[in-house]
Design a protein around this ligand. Structure first.
Ligand code: ADP
Ligand code: MG
Length: 729
């Protein structure tokens, strides 16, 4: 019966590392080979076109039609020179991942043959059918057509012989149907707002840039084992499986050597990344067995996010070359750590100042503390929204477990920054004036970087931590599109910076000196946002109570967490910054609820099928062996004084029956719960019903299957066990 299991386990354990084709050139030479970057533009475009395009990119100007034709022509020649045969508009719909529709370059030449064509029109705009993508009702209210339009701030690239053009995806009436559009709007908003505030300190600043450095965690599982686990294949996580006797207790994986098969995969992936201009830099084991991480050098947020999405898709491909499957699910295995995607985020000016890095002068330090205080205020005010921005059916399994950021947003500052915040908060007016004088006290800020660096990472329980020169938003899920978190964060901070600037302006108009006005507003923000500041243990129960007292959002139901997008505060903030309209927010929430329901629904179906068709039959068979045995024993020892000899079998039979009966009745209950929930028309209510009635059934069924796993004969158990899935040799 369990032949398949033993066959795949053997196959997986026998597997050797797949040799990697290492280019003869150095990374410097092949880096960004498949990217239409400025060097390629310079080489393939007429000089005038090149200059106009670079100018449009730098100044965020639209592309004229005439220019588009010329750019398209050069891009096509470059693509064909590099083996491309197709082109596609590459965009990020509201589902996971990316979408693309490939078209061949060929067109009729009017003489019975074909030519390879690519016009400016095709480069700049396409019309994918919007109705095939989630749109939260926008299509019904408006028009089925959607447009994809080239985002010139992100360079085109070649993937699998296809020229990919990064695009935004919007409806006929201009509503965003993707992640990139609002992300770009939020970057614009934070640029404008940040520049105005940075100019209080240096009038030469013209732009504020948002940076993102993501750290991608993932699991690898051998392909053969993966294919023998329908739950992994269909839902991305194991819906059953008893903990392995050894998992991460010894903490030996984090520091351990990378297995050679994995090392080959990582090297291969790194080479692919570099060819595509993804600056992959760090790779290492993570805490859990089979868990790893890849991190690049940080980049401007829009590009960094494109690179993360691209990485997620090439990862899967490269993994298959090495007979692995990549698991990007936030919690593929119960009982061991899940995967996140820390979003290291910072703001910097076009004059080269890192705004979250303490400076060397009192002036620079005042700027630093101004930006820090504004971030804290924004995160405080919008903590519920930020939590919504990282929430999903899959990340739900990770949040709130004692291994990942808790389901409450707070900021960890570390003791150095905390003491500075305290000093400002408790300063008398005279002392504040002192702090801002030209030769004023430096607050000890200049020593921060060194001290922060080795002190900050210690608090791993914080979802949002200051790490010396940036903030690390750790609650983001491993499978998420970072844009969701980044657009909410950048928009919230932009809005906060705008109101800060207005407040400072008002004070100055009333005759206050600039530095005095700034520090008084900063002090106000520090006091107001105090509740978000928490350096303690985010996993403790005391924190949950304390956070509730502080008025932070403590909701744990994912469908209800999404409500934060539609709170008056969120709608106003997104409206003021121009990042998302109310219509868009409503539509996007419909999609979020629908996605939540669908994911739970699929899990419930898969689990029901596995329970009824895989697990119960095996448990029954094993049980009947025991019953047979018992009957035979009884005839051998009919005497009542031998009763104790029969007790063991009897007890096991009883336990198996007990677990089986619960599984059976819970599966029935779960099916009923689904039927009932499916009748609900409101997407929100339906998602809540799935959360409240289907999810708990999934958990209970699993628990009892896992108990059976410990009782049933190992030879008969049909699915690869955790101990087989989790230790790559
Ligand atoms: P960790 O201690 O969290 O492992 P790393 O040094 O590996 O830290 O860096 C994690 C990520 O943070 C990398 O992608 C790195 O490029 C990024 N990073 C570093 N500085 C900044 C910054 N100022 N803004 C944004 N990201 C940054
Ligand atoms: Mg980190």
């Amino acid at each position: 019966m369990s032949m398949l299991r033993f066959k795949v386990v053997e196959e997986a354990f026998d597997r050797k590392a797949v040799p990697v084709e290492i280019p003869e050139e150095r990374p410097e030479q092949y880096y960004a080979r498949y990217v239409f970057n400025r060097a390629k533009m310079y080489q393939y475009l007429p000089k005038k076109t090149y200059e106009a395009l670079v100018n449009a990119i730098d100044n965020k100007q639209p592309l004229s039609r005439a220019l588009a034709d010329s750019v398209a022509d050069g891009m096509k020649r470059w693509a064909i020179d590099n083996g491309a045969r197709h082109y596609t508009h590459w965009f990020h719909p509201l589902t996971d991942g990316t979408a693309e529709k490939h078209d061949s370059f060929i067109d009729h030449d009017g003489k019975g043959g074909v030519v390879e064509e690519f016009s400016g029109k095709l480069l700049v705009q396409q019309e994918p059918d919007a109705s095939s993508f989630p749109n939260g009702g926008i299509r019904n209210t408006f028009e089925a057509r959607g447009y994809s339009a080239w985002d010139i701030s992100s360079p085109a690239f070649i993937l699998d012989k296809t020229l990919c053009i990064p695009t935004i995806f919007i409806s006929y009436t201009g509503e965003s149907l993707d992640y990139k559009t609002p992300l770009l709007r939020s970057l614009n908003a934070v640029d404008k707002a940040g520049t105005a505030v940075a100019r209080l300190f240096d009038p030469n600043v013209n732009h504020v840039i948002s940076y993102l450095g993501w750290e991608q965690e993932y699991f690898l599982v051998d392909e053969a084992l993966y294919s023998a686990r329908p739950d992994l294949a269909l839902t991305g996580r194991t819906l059953m499986g008893h903990e392995s006797a050894k998992n991460q207790q010894l903490e030996d994986h984090y520091f351990g050597a990378i297995p050679s098969r994995v090392e080959a995969f990582m090297l291969d992936l790194e080479i692919e990344c570099h060819k595509l201009g993804i600056p992959a830099k760090t790779r290492h084991n993570e805490v859990a067995p089979n868990q790893f991480e890849l991190a690049p050098i940080y980049e401007e947020t829009n590009l960094a996010n494109d690179h993360n999405l691209l990485l997620m898709s090439i990862m899967s491909e490269v993994a298959r070359r090495h007979n692995f499957r990549v698991l990007l699910h936030e919690k593929p295995f119960a009982g061991i750590n899940g995967s996140g995607k820390h979003n290291n985020w910072s703001l910097g000016t076009d004059t080269g100042v890192q705004l979250f890095s303490p400076g060397k002068t009192p002036e620079a330090n005042l700027q630093f503390i101004t930006f820090i205080a504004n971030v804290m205020a924004a995160v405080h005010k919008h903590n519920a929204l930020l939590k919504a921005s990282i929430s999903s059916a899959t990340n739900a399994h990770r949040l709130g477990a004692n291994e990942a950021p808790p389901a409450i947003i707070s900021i960890f500052t570390g003791s150095q920054l905390a003491s500075i915040l305290d000093q400002i908060e408790n300063s008398s007016d005279a002392r504040l004036a002192d702090l801002t004088s030209k030769e004023g006290v430096t607050l000890g800020l200049s020593q921060i970087p060194e001290i922060m660096m080795d002190n900050t990472d210690r608090n791993r329980t914080s979802p949002f931590a200051f790490t010396g020169n940036r903030f690390e938003f750790r609650a983001v899920g491993s499978s998420a599109n970072c844009a969701s978190a980044m657009l909410a964060l950048n928009a919230a901070v932009a809005d906060q910076l705008n109101s800060f600037k207005e407040a400072v302006d008002r004070r100055m108009a009333a005759g206050q000196e600039k530095r005095q006005a700034i520090i008084e507003e900063v002090k106000k923000l520090i006091i107001e946002s105090k509740p978000i500041h928490f350096d303690g243990n985010g996993y403790s129960d005391e924190w949950k109570e304390e956070a509730a007292r502080r008025g932070l959002d403590c909701e744990t139901s994912i469908p209800k967490i999404f409500d934060a997008y539609l709170s008056p505060d969120s709608i106003d903030m997104f409206g003021r910054t121009g990042v998302l309209s109310k219509i868009e927010l409503e539509a996007r929430n419909e999609v979020k609820w629908e996605m939540y329901t669908k994911k739970v629904q699929i899990e419930a179906r898969v689990l029901g099928d596995l329970a009824i068709n895989h697990i119960l039959p095996v448990a029954t068979r094993y049980q009947s062996i025991l019953v047979d045995n018992l009957v035979k024993l009884k005839s051998l020892f009919p005497d009542s004084k031998h009763e104790s000899l029969l007790a063991a079998d009897l007890q096991t039979i009883e336990k198996i029956s007990y677990n089986m009966s619960i599984i059976k009745s819970k599966v029935d209950e779960m099916v009923e719960a689904r039927k009932k929930a499916n009748k609900i028309t409101s997407e929100r209510e339906k998602a809540i019903a799935y959360h409240d009635t289907v999810v708990p059934a999934i958990d209970i069924i699993r628990r009892h299957i896992d108990k059976l796993e410990l009782m049933v004969d190992n030879e008969m158990w049909p699915l690869p066990k955790y101990r087989e899935l989790l230790f790559i040799r």
